[in-house]
Design a protein. Structure first.
Length: 299
C-alpha cells in the first residue's frame, strides 16, 4: 500500500499523540500488572484489543492481508508478545521513567542486529553510540546498587534489557509492516497474535478479572490500539529521521505518569543515564535513521 503525502506538521503531531498515548497505556498496564499479574493483564488486554480490532477492520472494510503481509504480522506479533511480557514484568519492579530509559538502548542494539541479519557495515558512529549507550545503562543500573541493595529491581533492569533486544528485532521489521498494511490492520494483528500466544497458557494461568478491573483492561486496549494506529500512520508518511526526537518524549511522559499515579521519584542517575543513551541513539541516527526508530513504549 502507498501512503498519501501529508504535511509534515500533521505527521509530527500524530506521532506526538502516539507516544503520549503509549506512555499513558504503560501507566495503566503497570497498575493492572500489580493488581492481577503481568500475564493476566496482557491476556485480557489482548482480548479487548482484538475485539476492538475486529470492529475496526469491519467498519473500515479492511481486506484480509495477502500471505506475505500476514507472515510479517505473525512474526512481529510473536516478537512483541515476548517483549511485552518482560517489559511489563520490569514495570512491576522499576519506576516507569527508569524502565523507559533503559528500553531506549534498543535502537543501538538494532544497528548490530542489522549488521548480523542484513549484512550492513558497522561504522565508527555506531561504535561511539554504543559506548555512550552502555555507559548510560551502567549509570542507571548503578543507582540500583547504592544504599539498600534490591535484587528484584536488578531483575527488573535485566528484564528491560532483554525486552530491548526483542524490541531491536522488532525495529528491523516494523517499517516494512507500516509500508504494506493499514494502521488498523497493524494494531488488530498485533493484538490478535498476542492473544493467540497468551491463550495457550490460559488453562493454567488465566484468572477472570474482577469487574472493577474491566474498565482499566478495556482502557489499556483502547489506548494501545489508538497509539499503534497513530504511530503506524505517522511513520508511513514521514521519514523516521524526522520523527526520532519525538519518541524520546516518552521519558518525560513516563516520569509524569510515575509521579502522578505511583509516587515515583526521578533520580539523578536515571536522568544522566537517559541523556547518554539518547545522545548515542541520535549519533547513530546520523548513519542509519531507519533503524533507530523508537516507538515510545515497547508494546
Amino acid at each position: 500500500m502507498t501512503a498519501r503525502p501529508v504535511p509534515f506538521a500533521l505527521a509530527f503531531a500524530v506521532c506526538c499523540a502516539g507516544v503520549a498515548f503509549f506512555s499513558v497505556m504503560d501507566a495503566v498496564m503497570k497498575g493492572l500488572s500489580l493488581a492481577i499479574g503481568v500475564y493476566n493483564a496482557l491476556l485480557w488486554r489482548a482480548l479487548a484489543g482484538t475485539i476492538i480490532g475486529i470492529v475496526g477492520m469491519a467498519v473500515l472494510r479492511n481486506p484480509w492481508p495477502i500471505g506475505s503481509v500476514l507472515r510479517i504480522h505473525l512474526l512481529r506479533g510473536a516478537v512483541v508478545a515476548m517483549m511485552a511480557l518482560f517489559f511489563f514484568y520490569a514495570l512491576t519492579k522499576l519506576p516507569l521513567a527508569e524502565a523507559i530509559a533503559l528500553s531506549f538502548i534498543a535502537p543501538l542494539i538494532a544497528l548490530y542486529l542489522a549488521a548480523l541479519l542484513l549484512k550492513e557495515r558497522i561504522g565508527r558512529n555506531t561504535i561511539w553510540a554504543s559506548v555512550l549507550g552502555l555507559i548510560g545503562v551502567g549509570i542507571i543500573v548503578s543507582g540500583r546498587l547504592r544504599g539498600a541493595y534490591d535484587p528484584e529491581a536488578l531483575l527488573g533492569a535485566a528484564a528491560v534489557l532483554f525486552s530491548a533486544i526483542l524490541f531491536a528485532w522488532n525495529l528491523i521489521i516494523q517499517k516494512q509492516q507500516a509500508d504494506v498494511a493499514s494502521p488498523v490492520e497493524v494494531a488488530f494483528f498485533q493484538h490478535l497474535v498476542m492473544l493467540g500466544i497468551f491463550a495457550v497458557f490460559a488453562p493454567f494461568l488465566a484468572v477472570v478479572p474482577a469487574l472493577a478491573h474491566v474498565p482499566m483492561i478495556v482502557g489499556a486496549a483502547a489506548i494501545a490500539f489508538t497509539s499503534l494506529m497513530c504511530l503506524s500512520w505517522a511513520y508511513a508518511r514521514a521519514e523516521a529521521q524526522s520523527l526520532i526526537p519525538v519518541e524520546y518524549s516518552a521519558f518525560i511522559w513516563a516520569a509524569i505518569m510515575g509521579w502522578l499515579f505511583f509516587s515515583e521519584r526521578l533520580t539523578v542517575t536515571t536522568i544522566a543515564g537517559t541523556v547518554l543513551i539518547v545522545a548515542g541513539c541520535l549519533i547513530a541516527a546520523r548513519r542509519n535513521p531507519q533503524l533507530v526508530h523508537v516507538e515510545g513504549s515497547v508494546t
